[in-house]
Design a protein around this ligand. Structure first.
Ligand code: DOR
Ligand code: ZN
Length: 348
């Protein structure tokens, strides 16, 4: 069999992305806009994006920060809080400002302090969303401090996600950035209204990466990477051709100084080479024939959107992940696998 050296697919989308704001937004956005036609933009700014008006203003700031030649559409999300305004949320969906709502259980991750403290408090909003066909995007980790950090996803399924889907069988849910075989099995066990995004870092590293030759803050994200059998289950799921899994980088930039600190924050900045790294995973699994479905077709299908019209070509050429990305004002942000070799490149 001859080796594949080029692959052309429909223009992909990133169904889970953190873009931040201000100078950081300007520094990181070009990497995504070069590779992806659309992205689901996470609302965990501080303060978070909780209203359609705030989402519209944030969307305009993103569009204004785009490079002149870019063609990229941000898809906005609403940060769910205990006192969310159901009317504003479903109206924002009807008018096209919101694409989805994001659930951060309070205390689960970066800027989640405003998040939901008790699912009972948002049931009314979720019922309205189910009727409107508006997707709920879930950070699926139990926040009970008694639960081991490596078990939080599995416990969330049992305590929160399964009961929620039983209660609202019509609600469309994306189980975001899944990290375990438990999540893969759960997603496969449920109907078409449940799907999952998978990051490239969870397909590439296991939890050893956090501790290799010392503590590695740039490998720290939430949900934290798990054991090797979980990584292998994720690779099997995304390359299987199942429509239930799609690309979501969860690229989450933090200033270098905030990562390399006594209490380094969670988040892996994968945008500079995410698509290239995903292509490598599919290549390693001999599954490049399923890459387009994962990157460009399954996501739009779940969201009820048309796939993009354009195409992108990747070629198998040696390259290097940038060491650092400069942020105006003197700061920098370090990409996932900074300075490491790359096997695939995007053709302009
Ligand atoms: O590692 C993470 N970083 N996980 C999240 O859920 C949030 C994200 C961020 O915003 O930095
Ligand atoms: Zn995220």
């Amino acid at each position: 069999m001859t080796e594949t050296t080029d692959i052309t697919i429909r223009h992909p989308d990133d169904w889970h992305l953190h873009l931040r704001d201000g100078d950081m937004l300007k520094a990181v956005l070009p990497f995504t806009a070069r590779r992806f036609a659309r992205a689901i933009v996470m609302p965990n700014l501080d303060p978070p994006v909780t209203t359609a008006a705030a989402a519209e203003a944030y969307r305009d700031r993103i569009t204004a920060a785009l490079p002149a030649d870019a063609s990229f559409t941000p898809l906005m999300t609403c940060y769910l809080t205990d006192d969310a305004d159901a009317g504003d949320i479903v109206d924002g969906f009807a008018t096209g400002i919101f694409t989805a709502v994001k659930l951060f259980p309070a205390g689960a991750t970066t800027n989640s302090a405003y998040g939901v403290t008790d699912m009972g408090k948002v049931l009314g909003v979720l019922e309205r969303m189910a009727s409107a066909g508006m997707p709920l995007l879930v950070h699926g980790e139990a926040t009970d401090p008694g639960v081991d950090v490596f078990d939080r996803e599995a416990v969330f399924i049992d305590r929160t996600l399964a009961p929620l889907l039983d209660r609202l069988p019509g609600l469309k849910v994306v189980f975001e950035h899944i990290t375990t075989s438990d999540a893969v099995d759960f997603v496969l066990s449920r109907g078409d209204n449940l799907a999952a995004t998978v990051t490239v870092h969870h397909l590439t590293i296991n939890r050893n990466a956090l501790f290799e030759a010392g503590i590695n803050p740039h490998m720290y994200c939430l949900p934290v990477a798990k054991r090797e059998p979980h990584r292998l289950a994720l690779r099997k799921a995304v390359t299987s051709g199942s429509v239930k899994f799609f690309l979501g980088t969860d690229s989450a930039p933090h200033a270098l100084t905030a990562k390399e600190a006594a209490c380094g924050c969670a988040g892996i900045f994968s945008a500079p080479a995410a698509l290239e790294h995903y292509a490598q995973v599919f290549d390693e699994e001999n599954a490049l024939d399923h890459f387009e479905a994962f990157a460009s077709l399954n996501g739009p299908k779940f969201y009820g959107l048309a796939p993009n019209e354009g195409q992108i070509t990747l070629t198998k050429t040696a390259g290097t992940v940038p060491d650092n990305v400069a942020v105006k004002g003197g700061g920098a942000v370090k990409p996932f696998l900074a300075g490491q070799p790359l096997e695939w490149a995007v053709v302009d």
